[in-house]
Design a protein around this ligand. Structure first.
Ligand SMILES: Cc1cc2nc3c(=O)[nH]c(=O)nc-3n(C[C@H](O)[C@H](O)[C@H](O)COP(=O)(O)OP(=O)(O)OC[C@H]3O[C@@H](n4cnc5c(N)ncnc54)[C@H](O)[C@@H]3O)c2cc1C
Length: 308
């Protein structure tokens, strides 16, 4: 038995009472429908279980990856070594406070559920979240949203766990930017306290109508096939999709991975695409856009695990 395998065995042996799935195909857990196996997919349902997983991985030197809703990920065909931690149960709770001015929400709560709750209490930024899949933890890490609103705008503080225990981090220390944040490495977000001071400044019905209008626009302009959303970030002052389309790359395909005919900043899995097909398509697009327009596109989708 190799050192890595015996370290993983020892770490998993400490996780009694937690669900541990060995060699779980991550294609089942990503919106792309792509990804090799997790050595061990561990489900934590409480902060205490998260802490135990963190301590066990730290003690045995086992790599740790946190999986949210898998909607911004390209997991390599080789899968993810060590423990892939998924959150559930009590970590998915949502509580409305102060008559709807604040919401306390667990990292495993679905982002659409939070969006719905925020809209129903008249939170304008939630219009920009509408239609974004995933979980709250992933939304915080990606500072998810659109130009109509990002989740980072309403964060008061997040609660996160690391091998040293549980901490609160104020918004000012979260490093929110365009599709980015700066949470400490090897930390697991467990919940967030959100606040919207302009709640109910607009009628709930008007906000909901705006959100649905946005969703209809999305449906008309985004592909229905499996994807991980926008593959690249928009470069300053331009749109990645416009550049890729202008380079004549709509429909460009490798295997079953293709640049969508509907929106050029989406790579779709039209069948049984492999991660290496998606990387080949994306890197071709990046190279052509660089050559034609001198613009260097940056990946928005996170490539994780072993790519080969
Ligand atoms: C059809 C479609 C449309 C989309 N539209 C949008 C959009 O309009 N706007 C937008 O911003 N995004 C969009 N996305 C991308 C994606 O939905 C968001 O980035 C989403 O917030 C990712 O959340 P997730 O839970 O799926 O995270 P994942 O993809 O699972 O993970 C993303 C990152 O967060 C980390 N992470 C997840 N949970 C935790 C946690 N609890 N603690 C620590 N780290 C964690 C992961 O390790 C990973 O690094 C879209 C995706 C799809 C498929």
């Amino acid at each position: 038995m190799s050192d890595a395998v015996s370290a993983l065995e020892s770490a998993c042996a400490e996780l009694t009472g937690l669900t541990v799935q060995r060699d779980e195909p991550l294609a089942r857990h990503t919106t792309f429908g792509i990804g090799g196996p997790a050595d061990a997919l561990v489900v934590a349902t409480t902060e205490d279980e998260v802490a135990r997983a963190l301590v066990a991985t730290e003690r045995h030197g086992v790599p740790l990856f946190v999986l949210g809703g898998g909607s911004n990920l390209l997991v390599g065909d080789g899968g993810i070594r060590g423990i892939t931690l998924s959150l559930s149960g009590a970590l998915a709770e949502l509580t409305v406070l102060e008559g709807g001015r604040r919401i306390e929400v667990g990292a495993a709560c679905s982002f659409p559920r939070l969006t719905q709750a925020a809209l129903s209490h008249g939170w304008p930024p939630a219009v920009g979240w509408f239609g974004t899949p995933g979980q709250v933890g992933g939304a915080l890490v990606m500072n998810a949203g659109t130009r109509h609103g990002e989740i980072g705008e309403v964060v008061v503080e997040v609660r996160l766990a690391d091998a040293g225990g549980s901490h609160r981090l104020p918004r000012s220390a979260c490093g929110f930017g365009y599709r980015t944040s700066a949470f400490p490495p090897r930390s697991v977000l467990t919940s967030a306290l959100l606040q919207c001071d302009s709640h109910k400044s607009t009628e709930v019905e008007a906000l909901t109508a705006m959100a649905h209008e946005q969703l209809n626009r999305r449906r008309a302009t985004q592909p229905k096939q499996r994807s991980a959303g926008s593959i690249f970030k928009n470069p300053p002052g331009d749109f990645a999709g416009r550049l890729i389309e202008a380079a004549g790359l709509k429909g460009y395909a490798v295997g079953a991975a293709a640049i969508s005919d509907v929106h050029a900043n989406f790579i779709v899995n039209a069948g049984a695409a492999a991660a290496r097909d998606v990387v080949a398509v994306a890197e071709h697009a990046r190279a052509v856009v660089q050559q034609r327009f001198g613009v260097s596109l940056e990946w928005e989708v996170r490539r994780v695990g072993e790519h080969r």
